[in-house]
Design a binder for this molecule. Structure first.
Ligand code: PXL
Length: 273
C-alpha cells in the first residue's frame, strides 16, 4: 500500500473538537503539526462555535459516536501513527468511545490536554465529563498538559499560588497517572514570567518566559500540547518536547492574531520562519 512512499515524515493524529475561529481545537493542532514538520490527521469529536450575542458562550454540537469511531478506525488503519493528541472530548459518551478504541490498540505516545472546561465556561458545568476523563483517559496518557484549573482538579490540591505549589501538583498528577506532566501556571501565578513545571518522575524543570500583553490568547493550551505531540512524534524526549513546545507557544503568542472577541488567537509560526 502507499506505493513508493518511503517518506520518513512523522505522522500524528489529533482527537479534538473544531473551534470555528481557528484559534483553538483541531485547527490549532493541525496548524501546529504542520509548522513543526509533522503530517497531521484528525478524528473530530465535536463542533464548537462561540456565541458573540451571548458573552462568547460555547455552542457545542457533538459528532455522533459511530462517526467518531469511523474516523479513529480509518486513521489507525491507514497510518502507523507516531503520536496521538487528545484534546476536547466534550461528553462521557465520547470519552468512552475514545477510551475503548485506544485501549484495544494503544498507539505510541499519547498526549492528553485534559480540557475540563474552556475559557468562559462555568467550573463544575461538566462534572460527569471530568470524572470520566480522569477515570478512562488519564490512565492511557504518556504526557499530560493541565492548566491551572485542571491541575487543581487532577491533583486535588486546594490552591496553587506559587511555583512550589505547581511543582507539588505536577508530582501528584504524575504519581496518579504515570505520565510526564507539564503543569501550566501561565498567567495565573503572580510575577512577570509565565511559569510552567515539567515533571516525569525523575526530572523537575521550571520553564519560564516573560508574560506577554494583557489580552487572553485562545489556542495557547491546544498548541502547547500539539507541539509536545509533534516533538514526541519526531523522537524527542518528553523534556526536550516540553522545552520546544514552550518556546513554540511563546513565539506564537508574540505573533498572535487580534480579533473582535475578548481574546486573541495564537499564530503557529513555522520552525524555519
Ligand atoms: O482551549 C480548549 C479548547 C479545545 N478544543 C475546542 C475548544 C476549546 C476552547 O474553546 O473550543 C474545540
Amino acid at each position: 500500500m502507499g506505493c513508493m512512499t518511503t517518506s520518513q515524515t512523522p505522522i500524528a493524529m489529533t482527537i479534538a473538537g473544531s473551534e470555528a475561529t481557528g484559534g483553538a481545537g483541531a485547527q490549532a493542532d493541525l496548524k501546529t503539526f504542520q509548522a513543526l514538520g509533522v503530517y497531521g490527521c484528525l478524528a473530530l469529536t465535536c463542533i464548537v462555535s462561540f456565541d458573540p450575542k451571548n458573552g462568547w458562550a460555547h455552542r457545542l454540537t457533538p459528532v455522533d459516536q459511530q462517526t467518531l469511531r469511523d474516523q479513529l478506525e480509518v486513521n489507525t488503519t491507514v497510518y502507523d501513527l507516531d503520536a496521538v493528541k487528545i484534546g476536547m472530548l466534550g461528553s462521557p459518551d465520547t470519552i468512552a468511545t475514545v477510551a475503548e478504541v485506544l485501549t484495544e490498540q494503544k498507539p505510541r505516545r499519547i498526549v492528553l490536554d485534559p480540557v475540563l472546561i474552556c475559557k468562559g465556561q462555568e467550573p463544575g458545568a461538566a462534572l460527569d465529563t471530568d470524572e470520566a476523563l480522569k477515570a478512562k483517559i488519564l490512565p492511557l496518557a504518556d504526557f499530560v498538559t493541565p492548566n491551572h484549573f485542571e491541575s487543581l482538579s487532577l491533583s486535588g490540591l486546594e490552591a496553587i499560588d506559587t511555583v512550589e505549589d505547581l511543582e507539588k501538583a505536577a508530582r501528584i498528577i504524575h504519581e496518579r497517572s504515570g505520565a510526564a506532566v507539564l503543569a501550566k501556571g501561565g498567567v495565573r501565578l503572580d510575577g512577570d514570567d509565565a511559569v510552567d513545571v515539567f515533571y516525569d518522575g525523575q526530572t523537575t524543570e521550571v520553564l519560564s518566559a516573560p508574560k506577554i500583553g494583557e489580552v487572553q490568547v485562545a489556542g495557547a493550551g491546544c498548541s502547547l500540547a500539539a507541539a509536545v505531540t509533534a516533538e514526541l512524534a519526531q523522537g524527542r524526549t518528553p523534556l526536550e518536547a516540553a522545552r520546544a513546545a514552550k518556546d513554540f507557544v511563546t513565539r506564537g503568542i508574540e505573533a498572535r492574531i487580534s480579533s473582535h472577541a475578548p481574546f486573541d488567537s495564537l499564530r503557529q509560526i513555522n520552525r524555519l520562519a
